[in-house]
Design a protein around this ligand. Structure first.
Ligand SMILES: [Zn+2]
Length: 459
């Protein structure tokens, strides 16, 4: 048993959201009790004590949308080329990276992403993978890496026509195989979704095939209207905007993730709200790719459960929350807004999404919840209580303040020391893997694949 105490406790549990000198008791994979340090240290005197040293004890953070493979692209730049539109940024950077990945790249990228997440106090990740040049089995490779690191993850593969029909079919089978595996071999920390790239790179026939093979077993994870080309191409080719097409093709629902939703109409917001679909905002990625600012305040007013992700830009959810606040304040000309909304996304809606796939109570410090707990070495000078802790975290802390990360009662990092993987060994493997990948991207005559779908005629 562990007793984690000696700090300020944030529980996100509405019955007792904040305890000034709090503690949490852990037995096995679950939380046994939450209370004051005095109460719990008297009740559990023989537990191993984990001292927060005046910092903040809180539930592990949840990343609702990321791509582990994008960690291999950090620092990469073409010598004589820079994209000039959001579409070019995706086509010539992100897609070029993912279609050149080797099987080992996928494996090591998942290790790197998992370790960085653990370092930033992220205990649950929804990963959206793509590697069209690898053939089958990459989701199993990611499972192996993530499982060894001890992270909690929901994995999926981006089905898309953007690398051709064969790769699209392989992507469908990759999802189906992985969902079958997760059904036959239940794992407490690893779950499956059915991944789709985006409406503008998928035909209605593809959607039908995916829906049939999924058979209602899990939700879909798809990019939606990240760039304005998406709804324009859908209108041009199918007479419906992106979200309308997803409704027609049975993709939406209360286990489905629609990442981005930057270019959506009020009618599409109604559809998303009525279907209970989760939208995931990725502020730094959207700013970086110059795709526009998602109308999150409007979507929240429509009753859409909007979550927060990083889209591979970072693993740090507190940095993502900061960027969300700044982007929304700027786009809405509302300098006093954003903190309550960021708290709703990160602490409430991400938890709701995670509870669709993992044990109920995830993301809360309360009796019976999974013991996903972090300690932040953050000691604010100004007063902190249940009314303002979100503002303290968003403006005063970041993920690298995390000193301890626990998932399901297992300590993955303690006093900033990673316990589950030998990082030096990983670095050596990654260095070779990334050098080879960058060489392929730079050297070979790797022209973008122009798939035989409506984008060619649209352009
Ligand atoms: Zn993404």
């Amino acid at each position: 048993m562990y007793l984690i105490g000696g700090g300020r406790l944030i529980t996100h549990d509405s019955s007792r959201p904040y305890i000034e000198n709090g503690a949490v008791s852990v037995d096995g994979s679950s939380i046994v009790k939450v209370g004051t340090f005095e109460e719990l240290s008297a009740e559990f005197p023989n537990s191993e004590f984990i001292d927060a040293r005046g910092g903040i004890i809180m539930p592990g953070l949840i990343n609702a949308h990321t791509h582990f493979y994008s960690y291999l692209g950090r620092g990469f730049a073409f010598p004589d080329y820079a994209p000039t539109t959001p579409y070019e940024a995706l086509r010539d950077r992100s897609w070029k990276l993912d279609r050149n990945l080797s099987f080992y790249d996928c494996f090591y990228a998942a290790y790197a992403g998992a370790l960085e997440s653990i370092r930033c106090g992220v205990t649950t990740v929804f990963d959206h993978h793509a590697a069209s040049g690898c053939g089958s089995g990459t989701l199993m490779a990611i499972l192996g890496a993530v499982d060894e690191c001890g992270l909690r993850a929901c994995l999926s593969y981006e089905v898309s026509q953007r690398c051709g029909y064969k790769a699209c079919c392989e992507g469908i089978v990759e999802n189906e195989d992985f969902i079958n595996y997760c059904e036959s071999t239940p794992h407490e920390r690893i779950k499956a979704m059915f991944g789709l790239h985006a409406p503008y790179t998928l035909t209605d026939f593809d959607f039908k095939d995916c829906v049939d093979r999924n058979g209602g077993r899990t939700g879909f994870h798809i990019h939606v209207s990240e760039i304005s080309d998406d709804p324009c191409i859908c209108m041009h080719a199918y007479g419906q905007r992106s979200v309308e097409r997803l409704l027609t093709n049975d993709i939406l629902g209360d286990k489905t993730i629609a990442a981005h939703c930057v270019h959506v109409t009020p009618r599409e917001m109604d559809i998303l709200a009525e279907s209970g679909t989760f939208v995931v905002n990725n502020p730094q990625s959207n700013l970086s790719n110059a795709v526009g600012c998602s109308p999150v305040f409007e979507m929240l007013k429509h009753g859409i459960p909007v979550c927060l992700g990083t889209d591979g830009f970072t693993s740090d959810m507190l940095e993502s929350a900061k960027s969300f606040i700044c982007a929304q304040r700027s786009a809405n000309s509302l300098p006093g807004s954003g903190v309550n909304e960021a708290a709703k996304l990160l602490f409430e809606n991400n938890r709701l999404l995670a509870s669709r796939y993992f044990d109920n109570g995830i993301g809360l410090l309360r009796e019976g919840s999974p013991a996903d707990i972090i300690i932040l070495d953050h000691k604010p000078y100004a007063p902190i209580d249940e009314s303002n802790y979100a503002g303290h975290l968003f403006f005063g802390a970041n993920g690298h303040d995390c000193t301890m990360t626990m998932v399901g009662g297992r300590i993955l990092m303690r006093d900033k020391k990673l316990l589950t993987v030998k990082e030096d060994k990983l670095r050596a493997c990654l260095a070779d893997s990334i050098a080879e990948l960058w060489k392929k991207i730079k050297d070979r005559d790797d022209k973008p694949y122009e798939w035989s779908n409506p984008i060619t005629s649209y352009r």
